[in-house]
Design a protein around this ligand. Structure first.
Ligand SMILES: *Cc1c(COP(=O)(O)O)cnc(C)c1O
Length: 372
């Protein structure tokens, strides 16, 4: 069974095999493994050890997004969130719930954020201290220009928190080159192709140090975690999911073998291309047009046919060896396919054939979407 969802992704056997052992989190040999994983992740993020740190937090991606907002945005801060889709809405919501002021910037769900609009919004409101940006908006599949938007924030003297959860490991991130970026947030189980259970924040040490006391949380205080782990003697501050760390080390070795994020991105692009070509050939229409369409997630518009049913379609695909998301992520009905994980363009071609078979079995004749 292949998971064609945007995380947790299909993993390689080497990654799963690395979990066939138990570890004591405070043991020296595990400590070395843990430190090695964090060092390698910091390098992937372009962080410099003198100025940046990589922190791990047990749990899912939103725990780390919340930890970053709590720890790095002052209680009097104000965050501009371009509303790119469901994940941006969540960032805005969690920031508001912890008492931060949020300014939502409306954005078309099928276009990239225009950096000039961000520049205008920052100029119009001197109270804005941060930009909270979703790099790859997992609901729509649109990838936003984190470099250009970062440059706009830098020019305006504002800070950036980047939700790179469905980007990191494939799309470029360079904390060293982007000093406006206080934090980049990601997890083990998306483009890094590890298993779920661990989230990360790559951050600027100064930003975390400045935020002492801001988090108003014991569990989600990055400043405290940074202090605890600084000298490396104490090991992780919380019991860490040891097997997840071991699997991630194996996954990082595979990432290096593939040529790092650039090599992985090339495969994901080839996956997305094979997917779109294959599905167009059977009469289906992608939701997002080029060039906004990113290589991580592709949404396909639902056929306008009375026989169409997403739950039935998902079941038919499962019977053919593929799992896709069983809920709608877009305003108009669509189905979502993840192009990430240990999958290849050949898998995508087989998937397109499975889609054809599933629609045939369901009696879907009209495959084009409802006309706008
Ligand atoms: C997956 C994802 C998250 C985190 O999701 P969790 O279910 O909390 O792990 C956050 N942001 C984006 C853009 C994501 O794709």
């Amino acid at each position: 069974m292949l998971l064609l969802i945007p995380g947790p992704v299909t993993t390689r056997p080497e990654v799963r095999a690395a979990m066939a052992q138990d570890f004591a989190p405070w043991d020296d040999s595990f400590g070395a493994l843990y430190a090695d994983v964090l060092t390698r992740l910091l390098a992937v993020a372009g962080g410099r050890p003198e100025t940046h740190a990589m922190l791990a937090l047990p749990g899912c991606g939103h725990f780390a997004v919340e930890a970053a907002v709590r720890s790095l945005v002052p209680p009097t801060g104000r965050v501009l969130v371009p509303l790119t889709g469901a994940y941006a809405v969540r960032m805005a919501r969690l920031a508001r719930e912890i008492g931060r002021d949020v300014v939502e910037m409306p954005v078309s769900p099928v276009l990239r954020v225009d950096p000039a609009d961000v520049a205008r919004a920052l100029a119009a409101d001197p109270g804005l201290t941060h930009v909270g940006l979703v790099y790859s908006e997992t609901s729509s599949g649109v990838v936003h220009d984190a470099t250009e938007i970062g440059a706009v924030a830098r020019a305006a003297g504002r800070r950036v928190i980047l939700d790179a959860v469905s980007a990191f490991g494939a799309l470029p991130v360079d904390l060293g080159e982007q000093p406006e970026m206080d934090a980049v947030v990601f997890t083990a189980n998306k483009c890094l192709e590890g298993v779920p259970g661990l989230a990360f924040v790559g951050l600027r040490r100064q930003a975390a140090e400045a935020g002492r006391g801001w988090a108003q949380s014991w569990s989600l205080d990055l400043c405290d975690i940074l202090e605890h782990e600084r000298d490396g003697r104490h090991g992780p501050r919380f019991t860490t999911p040891t097997h997840v760390v071991a699997a991630l080390r194996a996954a990082l070795s595979l990432l290096e073998t593939e040529g790092g994020p650039a090599g992985r991105l090339a495969r994901y692009r080839a996956n997305a291309h094979a997917l779109q070509t294959g599905l167009r050939a059977v009469g289906l229409v992608p939701y997002v047009d080029e060039p906004a369409q990113g290589p991580i997630v592709v949404n396909i518009r639902a056929p306008h046919d009375p026989a169409w049913s997403l739950p039935r379609f998902v079941d038919e695909l499962k019977a053919r060896g593929f799992v896709i998301s069983n809920f709608y992520n877009t305003e108009r009905p669509s189905f979502r396919v993840g192009c990430i994980g240990a999958i290849t363009p050949d898998d995508m071609r087989r998937f397109a054939a499975a889609v054809d078979g599933a629609l045939e079995a369901m009696g879907v004749r009209e495959r084009a979407p409802l006309r706008d």
